[in-house]
Design a protein around this ligand. Structure first.
Ligand code: SF4
Ligand code: SF4
Ligand code: FES
Length: 182
C-alpha cells in the first residue's frame, strides 16, 4: 500500500496505574472510506492489541466512542477518518486507560478543553421536559433548567458538546425541539 493511502495516526497512550505522563504512539493505517472507529479497529486487530478504546452501537447512538480528533470532540463511529489525525480521550472525564474514560466521573480540571463551537438551539414551546436529550447526551453537555417557571432542556456545558458530529439530542427529541449548529 502506498504512502498516499495511509493515514498518519498519533494516539494518546497512558495507563495511569503504571505511568504518570502520556506518550503518543504513531501508526500508519489505511483510512479512505473508513471511520475513526474503523481505524482504531484496524490498529487493534493488525498493529497493536494493547490499545484501549470503547466500541458500542457503531451507529452514533450510544455515545461510548466519544473522543477527541485533532482537537475536536467527535463520535468515533460517525467521524470520517482523515489523512492526519491526533486521537485523544475526552478530556472532561476521568481517564481509565488510553482512549477509555469513565463517563460517570467528570474531572474538575480537564487536561485540555477543545474550543466551544456548537450551538444548542431550543424551540422552547416544543419542549415538554421529557429529559430524553439529557439521558442520551454522552458528555453531559445537555441538561434542564427553569425558564419562566417552566423546566426546559438547555446546554449546561457547551464546551463538552460534540456539535454536529453528535446531534444525539436533536435526533432523539420526539418533538424536534432541538437544533445543533456549529
Ligand atoms: S428530548 Fe426534546 S422534548 Fe425532551 S427534554 Fe429534550 S428538548 Fe425537551
Ligand atoms: S450534540 Fe447534543 S447529545 Fe451531543 S454532546 Fe451536544 S448536547 Fe450532547
Ligand atoms: S459506538 Fe455507539 S455512538 Fe459510537
Amino acid at each position: 500500500m502506498s504512502e498516499a493511502e495511509l493515514a498518519q495516526v498519533s494516539i494518546y497512550r497512558l495507563d495511569p496505574d503504571t505511568a504518570k505522563e502520556p506518550r503518543y504512539d504513531l501508526y500508519q493505517v489505511p483510512y479512505k472510506g473508513n471511520t475513526v472507529l474503523g481505524v482504531l479497529d484496524y490498529i487493534y486487530q493488525n498493529l497493536d492489541s494493547s490499545l484501549s478504546y470503547r466500541e458500542g452501537c457503531t451507529h452514533a447512538w450510544c455515545g461510548v466512542c466519544s473522543l477527541v480528533v485533532n482537537g475536536r470532540p467527535v463520535l468515533a463511529c460517525r467521524k470520517s477518518a482523515e489523512k492526519e489525525m491526533v486521537i485523544e480521550p475526552h478530556p472532561k472525564f476521568r481517564l481509565i486507560k488510553d482512549l477509555v474514560v469513565d463517563f460517570n466521573e467528570k474531572v474538575k480540571k480537564p487536561w485540555k478543553l477543545p474550543k466551544a463551537t456548537a450551538q444548542f438551539i431550543l424551540k422552547a414551546e416544543l419542549c415538554d421536559a421529557c429529559g430524553d436529550c439529557v439521558i442520551i447526551c454522552p458528555t453531559q453537555a445537555c441538561g434542564m433548567r427553569k425558564v419562566n417557571g417552566e423546566v426546559k432542556a438547555r446546554h449546561t456545558d457547551g464546551r463538552a458538546c460534540m456539535g454536529v458530529t453528535c446531534k444525539l439530542c436533536a435526533d432523539n427529541c420526539h418533538t424536534m425541539a432541538i437544533t445543533i449548529e456549529d
